[in-house]
Design a protein. Sequence first.
Length: 394
Amino acid sequence: MKDFKFYAPTEVVFGENSEEQVARLIKKYGGTKVLVHYGGKSAERSGLLDKVCKQLQDEGIQFVKLGGVVPNPRLSLAKQGIELCRKEGIDFILAVGGGSVIDSSKCIAYGVCYDGDVWDFYLGKAQPTKMLPLAAVLTIPAAGSEMSEASVITNEDGDVKLGYSNDLSRPKFAIMNPRRTFTLPPYQTAAGVTDIMMHTMERYFNTDGDMTLTDEIAEALMRTMKACVFEVLKNPEDYRNRAQIMWGGSLAHNDVTGCRNNGDWATHQLEHELSGMFDVTHGAGLAAIWPSWARYVMHENLSRFVRFAVNVMEVPNDFTDPEGTALRGVEAMERFYHAIGMPVNIRELIGRDVTDEEIQEMTRKCSRDYQRTCGQFKVLKAEDMKAIYCMARG
């Protein structure tokens, strides 16, 4: 077994009415004046935002609100949040929403404690030494940001979407009530499960073969997500299966399904440019890219793709034709994506053909002006990135 570090300090409160503990937990972690950060109207319509704020008020915890977070959260709103926190003397941030809200909250928490431009962290120009503590009341299982060290922000200046990871940003606590996910639209549910599975797949596809227990955990999580998504698409108020998905989202990104290295993450890096250029749903973008990435890189470790095909996608193992088994696993994943309403190429994702100029621009951005590689399963240079985008045209 390889050496590894596992760090997941977030306190999880899971179950029905778990949001009723929010004030107690904020006090436990030292919050006295809170920024309540959220997205659009759903948090208000559902009554969750009012419920959370009333608890803060009843417990004498001061707070201010900042809404408006959108998918692929924007740097400009995070900067507004930074200024608001400084003006109001905020000492704790509470994200009420999904991954975009939590990621925006992390960006704000970094920026309040930094004299420079918070974008410096995402560009790799600086490293934070401290940040405001934050926590999450989760409403959308997908990104796993409620237990992870990662955040992703889109800078509207150039439509650049970048991620940054630092253990400082792991939330102090995460509140998860599966009932809060009953009203998620089918597309959002499917995209969320795609993202959850991909967080494990980015870790699973590696060139090591000595992490048996970790691999078994990863495969069990992916099989569970596959099974549960069909049940909740049929019955959105299926608590049992909604709960599996909600918990799966956290486990997929707190690194319990990794524990070996930093993962591959090439599919995520390639997708970030799709999101940045076309403002598409992140999970759907991952589905549009992954099959092409898989076909491009599978010969780096064919046995890993065979194992995925057999143990996750339930493809019969033809021991005389490992390549065929691996390819049938990719095809089975494509059928799964289509079955839950996800695209398998860029044309299906954006509704038109992507142009050569757009592919070149995504390649330039993904490679940071042809200076950066991405991926570990196969290290991708700019020409590899372009080849995958071209394969994914549809």
